[in-house]
Design a protein. Structure first.
Ligand code: 5AD
Length: 445
């Protein structure tokens, strides 16, 4: 989500005549888009901002901005830590950044004193509709599209309702226009983004389309996107298990462009902890969703988010998480050590877990994940996988693309194959990547 928001700001700036530079050493303006999900993310951003602010001693005209969640969360208080920041812009004001930069530069050009910080962390109705511009490389094959912002679930550990605000969805027609334009520019795969995409359209004005034909607005959106010529693959992140209803499960049987790859945040496998987290599902109902999805698509890939060391987590609670983690057999997971976010209910709950225990549980899950990922990747050796070719890999030695299950594949190819769906014969696997050879007879014309 942050990458996408940054891209949209970059696109707006480019349209105003600003230029993106390759190296941070070369920039006259640096905008840091920040994350507040854990303390570590904020500390990293503060460290980076401090490092960049030191540049002002040599180059007083250098402009430093802090955008996004940490700006929203801390506002003017950031100036106590970072007095030299010029711009602090919250999560509903990304589209104001170009104007603010123009103002800052004009003020300086007119000889006004450097040092007045522009701060805007207000709410703005309709701000979700402003994240729509893209910085596309000439041969870009995949894109993110923001469909919804904010979250009303109030999980007790989570800062997002505070930093991102209430759930707001973009109109379906606007999303269609954006996605059609992307497809026309050669994009083949779109990942829909939102803090809670399964709530898409639930709170929209009028709600006239809610549940039309038995389908939720999110499934209606998937169905419409599925009709776009040129688009070959659809993904989305993140859903909430509560919103993963039968109509969405059924969509996997009906919409072939919808990749059989689901990110389904678990957080904990203990019902007691799920209640304390204010996550309205149980391990049983979670497993029912997994089973239903595996029935719809037996080759389904699953990824998840898990928090270890939530306040009050006992050995028995963790054992339940471990057992469920093993049962689902995740292909990928983000495992987080619980981080106190001040202002959230869990921050003051009794039974805060010592860091060493969090770390131990983290390592146990990571080891299990590695075993599972390797096993799944090994099972693909000898098969032919449909790969969407994205371009040269990082080392520039080979080409890379991803399978429908979102596994990275490296193989010999030519530029001509960029943007094509190519069957690749998998010859080798590691935990994180696959290697293979294109079976060129099957390449798309
Ligand atoms: N501590 C640790 N992890 C957290 N997450 C959200 N809040 C916290 C926190 N306070 C994780 C959740 C969520 C993901 C985006 O970040 O697992 O799904």
């Amino acid at each position: 989500m942050n990458e996408r928001d940054s891209e949209a700001v970059a696109a707006m700036l480019r349209a105003r005549g600003y230029r993106l530079v390759q190296h941070e050493d070369d920039c006259d303006i640096m905008l840091l888009n920040t994350c507040s999900i854990r303390d570590l993310a904020e500390q990293k951003a503060i460290g980076k901002a401090g490092y960049m602010a030191a540049r002002k001693k040599r180059r007083p005209q250098f402009i430093l901005g802090i955008l996004g969640c940490m700006a929203q969360n801390r506002g003017a208080a950031l100036l106590d830590l970072l007095p030299d920041v010029d711009l602090i812009v919250g999560t509903q004001k990304f589209h104001q950044v170009p104007g603010y930069l123009d103002n800052l530069r004009a003020a300086r050009a007119a000889g006004m004193p450097v040092g007045d910080t522009i701060i805007d962390i207000a709410e703005e109705a309709g701000s979700q509709n402003t994240i729509r511009d893209h910085v596309l490389d000439e041969r870009q094959v995949t894109a993110f599209v923001s469909i919804q912002q904010g979250c009303n679930m109030d999980c007790t550990f989570c800062i997002v309702p505070k930093t991102r605000g209430d759930e707001r969805s973009r109109p379906m027609d606007d999303i269609m226009v954006e996605c059609r334009a992307l497809a026309e520019r050669g994009v083949r795969e779109i990942t829909l983004l939102g803090q809670i995409v399964t709530s898409y359209g639930r709170r929209s004005a009028g709600r006239q389309n809610a549940h039309a034909g038995g389908a939720t607005p999110f499934v209606q959106l998937l169905e419409r996107l599925h009709e776009i010529d040129g688009l070959a693959r659809l993904r989305f992140t993140s859903p909430h298990p509560r919103g993963f209803k039968q109509d969405l499960v059924a969509a996997y049987g009906r919409l072939p462009k919808l990749c059989e790859c689901v990110h389904l945040p678990l957080q904990s496998g203990s019902d007691r902890l799920l209640r304390a987290m204010n996550r309205p599902y149980t391990r049983e109902s979670y497993l029912q969703i997994v089973d239903a999805l595996r029935r719809a698509r037996p080759d389904m890939y699953f990824s998840t988010d898990v928090i270890v060391g939530f306040p009050g987590e006992t050995e028995a609670d963790f054992a339940q998480t471990l057992e469920l983690f093993e049962a689902v057999n995740y292909d990928m997971a983000y495992i987080f050590k619980y981080s106190i976010r001040s202002g959230t209910p869990a921050a003051t709950m009794p039974g805060q877990v010592p860091d060493a225990v969090k770390e131990e549980r983290n390592q146990i899950l990571l080891r299990l994940l590695e075993k599972n990922s390797r096993r799944r990747n090994q099972s693909l050796v000898g098969t032919v996988q449909e790969v969407l070719v994205e371009g040269p890999d990082k080392k520039g030695l080979r080409y890379m693309g991803r399978t429908r299950g979102n596994r990275t594949v490296h193989f010999e190819a030519t530029e001509r194959l960029i943007g094509k769906l190519v069957p690749v014969h998998i010859t080798r696997a590691t935990t994180s990547a696959l290697y293979g050879e294109p079976a060129l007879a099957g390449v798309e014309p």
